[in-house]
Design a protein around this ligand. Structure first.
Ligand SMILES: Cc1cc2nc3c(=O)[nH]c(=O)nc-3n(C[C@H](O)[C@H](O)[C@H](O)COP(=O)(O)OP(=O)(O)OC[C@H]3O[C@@H](n4cnc5c(N)ncnc54)[C@H](O)[C@@H]3O)c2cc1C
Length: 433
C-alpha cells in the first residue's frame, strides 16, 4: 500500500527508495519497523557501536511516525494520576521525568543533526472547554514545583483574544513545548543511523522469526537477517508476527487534515503561532502552518482501521463546530494513521523472549516517548542501564479480542457524550441561557 499524501511528505523533497533486503545478512541487532520507535533504537545502537539492520515493510515513516501532528511535549498517553495509582508516587515521578528526557532527546537530535525542513514552532496552548481555573492552577503548581516545568495559566479573556470562540475557557501555556514536521525528523534519524553504518531496508517486511540459541533469524520475502538481538517496533501496524504482541494492543485510528490557504479567513478564528490542543481525552489539536496561511487540524479516534470515505468533511465539521466562522474553508487533503494502545495505555518496552524485545504501543503521545523508549531499550542491549525495568509493570495484557475493541469504542463514545454534556452546561452558565 503506498503511503498517503500528507502535508509532511508533500513539503519534503522525494527520496530515492532504499533497497529491498535480499540474501542472508548478519548483524548485532535487527530492528523491525522504520518508525520513530525503531529508528531511535537503531540510531542509539549505532551510536553505541553496534551493527544494526532496520527492516521496514513499506517505507521509513509509512506508519504513525510519518503522519502525526508533530506536537512534542512531556507526558505519556497514560495520565500522571493513573500512573501514580498503578506504580506509586516515586516510580510515576521517574516515568514522568523520562518523558521529559524524551523531549530533550528530540531537541538534542534536532540541533545536533541540523535536520532540514523541520518547520520548528515553539509553544503550546492546552485549552479547556469548560471553566477550569482551579484545576489549571493546581496542575501548574504541580508541574512547576515537582518537575520544574515551565507552564502558565491564561485566563478566558486572554484565550479568546487569540482563539476566537466562546467554546474555550482557560488555557495552560507550555512555552517549551514545540511542533515539528515529524517525517523530516524521522528521515534525519534514519540518515544519521546510516551515516554511522546502520543499514535500512524498505519494502522488506518481517514475515517470521526463527529463534535459535543465541541468535534469531528474521525472515522476509527475499532474505534473512541473523542477529543476536531483535527489536520489534511495529506500532499500530503490528500483525501476527508475534502472537503475544498482536493480542496485547488495540489499533486505534486517528485523523488529520490540511486546509487550503485562506490567511484572512483563518485570522478571524486563530491568531496565535502556538500549537493548540483541547483537554478532552481525544480532543482536537491544530496549528497554523505555511506562515499562518493554512491550518493543520487533527482529532477523533476510532477502532475502525479503514479510512472513512468522507474524512475531510468529518474533520471540517469538528473544526466549524468550534470555529463557525471558518465555514467555507476548504481542505487540501486529509489522512489517517494508526496508533497502538495497550490496555494500560503505556508502551511495551520489555523482553518478549531471550534476545527478542518489544518497543511499541506509544499511543497518541509518541514523539517524546519513542525517543526515550528507544534510548532505554538501546541502553538495555548495550548493557548500559536497567532503566527499561521501570516499564516492567506494563506488560502484554490481553486486548480483549473483538469485544475489547467494542469496549474501547464504546468508552470513547461515552467520554464524548460526557464531554458534550459538561460543555453544554458550561455554555449555558457562560451565556446565562
Ligand atoms: C494521525 C496521528 C497524529 C498523531 N499526533 C501526535 C502528535 O502530535 N504528537 C505525538 O507525540 N504523537 C502523535 N501521534 C502518535 C505517534 O505518531 C505514535 O505514537 C508514534 O509515531 C509511534 O511510533 P512507532 O515507531 O511505534 O510506530 P509507527 O510509526 O507506526 O511505525 C511502525 C512501522 O512498522 C512497520 N511495520 C509493521 N509491521 C512490520 C513488519 N512485519 N516488518 C517490518 N516493518 C513493519 C510499519 O510499516 C511502520 O512503518 C499521532 C499519531 C497519529 C496516527
Amino acid at each position: 500500500m503506498p503511503p498517503p499524501k500528507t502535508y509532511h511528505s508533500s513539503s519534503l523533497s522525494p527520496l530515492s527508495e532504499r533497497e529491498v533486503l535480499s540474501g542472508n545478512l548478519v548483524a548485532d541487532v535487527c530492528v523491525i519497523g522504520g518508525g520513530l520507535a525503531g529508528m531511535t533504537t537503531a540510531l542509539e545502537l549505532a551510536r553505541g557501536g553496534r551493527d544494526v539492520i532496520v527492516l521496514e515493510s513499506a517505507e521509513v515513516g509509512f506508519g504513525a511516525s510519518g503522519r502525526n501532528g508533530g506536537f512534542v511535549g512531556p507526558a505519556w498517553s497514560q495520565r500522571l494520576d493513573a500512573l501514580i495509582r498503578k506504580v506509586g508516587e516515586s516510580q510515576a515521578r521517574r516515568l514522568y521525568e523520562l518523558s521529559m528526557e524524551g523531549v530533550r532527546i528530540v531537541s538534542g537530535n534536532i540541533s545536533d543533526l541540523a535536520i532540514p525542513d523541520l518547520n520548528l514552532a515553539k509553544g503550546k496552548l492546552s485549552v479547556a472547554r469548560t471553566p477550569s481555573r482551579d484545576a489549571f492552577l493546581r496542575r501548574r503548581d504541580r508541574l512547576r514545583n515537582e518537575f520544574n516545568q515551565q507552564v502558565e495559566v491564561w485566563d478566558t479573556d486572554k484565550v479568546r483574544t487569540v482563539l476566537k470562540t466562546p467554546r474555550y475557557f482557560e488555557a495552560l501555556h507550555y512555552p517549551d513545548d514545540f511542533q515539528i514536521n515529524p517525517l523530516a525528523y524521522l528521515r534525519g534519524l534514519a540518515s544519521e543511523a546510516e551515516r554511522l553504518g546502520g543499514r535500512v531496508f524498505e519494502r522488506s517486511g518481517a514475515k517470521r522469526l526463527d529463534t535459535g540459541v543465541g541468535c534469531t533469524k528474521v525472515v522476509t520475502q527475499s532474505g534473512t537477517v541473523a542477529a543476536k538481538q531483535v527489536v520489534v517496533a511495529t506500532g499500530g501496524y503490528t500483525a501476527r508476527l508475534i502472537r503475544k504482541l498482536y493480542h496485547s494492543y488495540v489499533p486505534i485510528s486517528t485523523y488529520i487534515m490540511l486546509t487550503k490557504a485562506r490567511p484572512d479567513l483563518i485570522a478571524t478564528a486563530i491568531e496565535t503561532p502556538f500549537g493548540v490542543g483541547d483537554q478532552r481525552r481525544a480532543g482536537d489539536y491544530y496549528r497554523l502552518v505555511n506562515g499562518g496561511t493554512r491550518i493543520l487540524w487533527g482529532g477523533q479516534i476510532t477502532t475502525r482501521v479503514s479510512e472513512p470515505r468522507r474524512l475531510a468533511q468529518m474533520l471540517l465539521a469538528t473544526m466549524t463546530e468550534t470555529f463557525p466562522q471558518l465555514k467555507g474553508l476548504e481542505v487540501d487533503y486529509a489522512w489517517s494513521g494508526i496508533m497502538a494502545y495497550a490496555r494500560h495505555l503505556m508502551p511495551q518496552i520489555r523482553q518478549i523472549e531471550e534476545g527478542v524485545w518489544s518497543c511499541t504501543a506509544f499511543g497518541g503521545h509518541g514523539i517524546n516517548t519513542t525517543a526515550i523508549g528507544g534510548k532505554v531499550l538501546a541502553e538495555a542491549i548495550l548493557q548500559q542501564s536497567e532503566r527499561w525495568r521501570l516499564f516492567t509493570p506494563f506488560g502484554f495484557d490481553w486486548n480483549g479480542g473483538p469485544a475489547g475493541r467494542v469496549a474501547v469504542q464504546s468508552s470513547y463514545w461515552w467520554m464524548q457524550a460526557r464531554d458534550k454534556f459538561g460543555e453544554s452546561m458550561a455554555r449555558a452558565a457562560d451565556t446565562g441561557a
